[in-house]
Design a protein around this ligand. Structure first.
Ligand SMILES: [Fe+2]
Ligand SMILES: [Fe+2]
Length: 270
């Protein structure tokens, strides 16, 4: 249990990367095509790749809010956004090797496909969050923690369902980094929420009312639904999600009994 935000940052900065040069040299890229992957997972991996690459947009948004001006969070985000971008590139390389190549400009194309409504709301967003000043940071950190947990569990489900050895190896390393991100967001969220009842109420209200699965908004809802429906299908998938995401969320101060996140997933997956 950390006592200050700087302790959390120190911890993060001491975590070695799972994706190192040695790790990448070890990946048998040329063997990927030997074991065909079920094409049903192609849209899932593409979605994950694009959403990883959109981290940059989220990062830029946050920089314009009081949360982004917090020196600890800012320092974290510099390294974090680079790691997410590398995850995007690895997933893209996997897709190419697996027989689903994308154009050189896939990143620009994915960005260009983000609906105008999202871009518009995005410009309003710092204005709204700035009204609440630093009290909004708790909500930001909870939101980030949920996104990281969801991504991590999504990757776990993907390697379990896809049964592709090279994909599994890649995803296990990516997931290790997602787990470190989760711990950072979750720990800062806990400290922020402990500080004030107003932060707790605001964060619970914002998540309860506005939370949408990671990527939705930048991606059309049907694509988000496809990913959720594929990875967390049926009662077993929903229980997996609830155990690993919602129940951890509920351990944060002020979040007891908020079943909202699982309910959103269940509506799609059941
Ligand atoms: Fe990532
Ligand atoms: Fe992450």
């Amino acid at each position: 249990m950390f006592e200050t935000e700087s302790d959390v940052l120190d911890w993060y900065e001491n975590q070695p990367r799972a994706i190192t040069k040695e790790f990448l040299n070890d990946i048998e890229w040329n063997k990927i095509k030997d074991q065909p992957i079920n094409p049903a997972f192609k849209p899932v991996i593409t979605y994950m790749r694009d959403v990883e690459s959109f981290t940059e947009i989220y990062y830029q948004e946050l920089l314009r809010t009081p949360t982004g001006k917090n020196p600890v969070i800012r320092k974290f985000m510099e390294r974090w956004s680079g790691e997410e971008n590398q995850h995007a590139e690895l997933l893209n390389r996997f897709l190419g090797e697996a027989g689903f190549p994308s154009s050189e400009a896939w990143q620009q194309e994915a960005k260009a496909a983000i609906p105008f409504r999202y871009t518009f709301e995005n410009r309003l967003y710092p204005v709204i969050t700035n009204c609440f000043g630093k009290y909004f940071s708790g909500a930001h950190m909870v939101w980030g923690a949920i996104n990281e947990m969801t991504t991590l569990q999504g990757y776990r489900r993907l390697w379990q369902l896809a049964e592709h050895p090279v994909l599994e190896k890649l995803l296990r390393a990516i997931a290790q980094e997602e787990s470190i991100h989760t711990h950072f967001y979750w720990s800062i969220a806990r400290l922020k929420l402990e500080q004030s009842g107003f932060s707790r109420n605001l964060a619970r209200f914002v998540i309860g009312k506005f939370w949408t699965p990671v990527g939705q908004g930048t991606k059309p809802k049907r694509e988000t639904d496809y990913v959720i429906g594929t990875l967390f299908k049926g009662e077993e998938g929903v229980n997996f999600f609830d155990r690993n995401v919602n129940q951890r969320l509920e351990m944060l101060p002020g979040f007891d009994g908020l079943g909202k996140v699982t309910q959103r997933i269940a509506r799609i997956a059941l």
